[in-house]
Design a protein around this ligand. Structure first.
Ligand code: AMP
Length: 213
């Protein structure tokens, strides 16, 4: 199964990709996670990418494409992959198409996680990660018990640097301008499936599995 998860920041791509990875035993390939790891490790690309990530701007296509082509060549990606946060521009989508054609393994599906703007804002501004377990939580949507489990055990609810309101607005604008055209791109190639991604994690996952079967 080779799929792209499309959707605005906060639409739940990472959460759904991780569930799918655990179920189907194929890797989640998140360019955002890889770029953050590179920035934290202080590699040359990471140092270049960090200010762009922090401001919610896109990292140059050639940097991201280099990372992706290397990652998709690794053994664990040969049986399939879930692309999360890539492609984000038409250039990236065209280059991905070419890369997969060369590998003889074309993309199966692009799934659009469709979420209303108001909900996206709450998901993004409320998003936190537990510093102890790494669990993704949300101050608006997680239960008091779930939040308490983290803080009660001495953990902190950490906010991503790019989850502040100013950067979020920019990320959503960047999405509209650069990434939204990919919906039409994949529709024209008859690879697009749209699912309503406004429900709970479990409900959205159910729709995702139904869409992929
Ligand atoms: P994400 O975790 O997917 O929300 O990505 C976080 C940030 O990483 C984005 O705001 C961009 O700065 C950068 N990034 C992630 N994926 C890409 C991509 N495919 N192209 C360009 N920049 C990216």
């Amino acid at each position: 199964m080779r799929i792209v998860l499309l959707g605005a920041p906060g639409s739940g791509k990472g959460t759904q990709a991780r569930k799918l990875m655990a179920d189907k035993n194929i890797p989640q390939v998140s360019t955002g996670d890889m770029l953050r790891a590179a920035a934290a490790a202080g590699t040359r690309f990471g140092v270049q990418a960090k200010p762009l990530i922090d401001a919610g701007n896109l990292v140059p296509d050639d940097v991201v494409l280099g990372i992706i082509s290397e990652r998709l060549g690794e053994p664990d990606a040969q049986e399939g992959f879930i692309l999360d946060g890539f492609p984000r521009t038409t250039r990236q989508a065209l280059d991905l198409e070419e890369l997969l054609d060369q590998m003889g393994t074309p993309l199966d599906t692009a799934v659009l996680l469709d979420v209303d703007f108001e909900i996206l804002m709450k998901r993004l501004t409320g998003r936190r990660t537990c510093s102890m377990t790494g669990k993704l939580l949300n101050v608006y949507f997680s239960s008091r018990e779930e939040l308490g489990e983290c803080t009660g055990a001495g953990g902190e609810l950490v906010q991503r640097v790019d989850d502040n309101e100013e950067t979020i607005s920019n990320r959503l604008a960047v999405y509209r301008e650069n990434t939204e055209p990919l919906i039409e791109f994949y529709r024209q190639r008859e690879k697009l499936i749209t699912i309503n991604a406004e429900g709970s994690v479990a409900e959205v996952y159910e729709s995702l599995i139904a869409a992929l079967s």
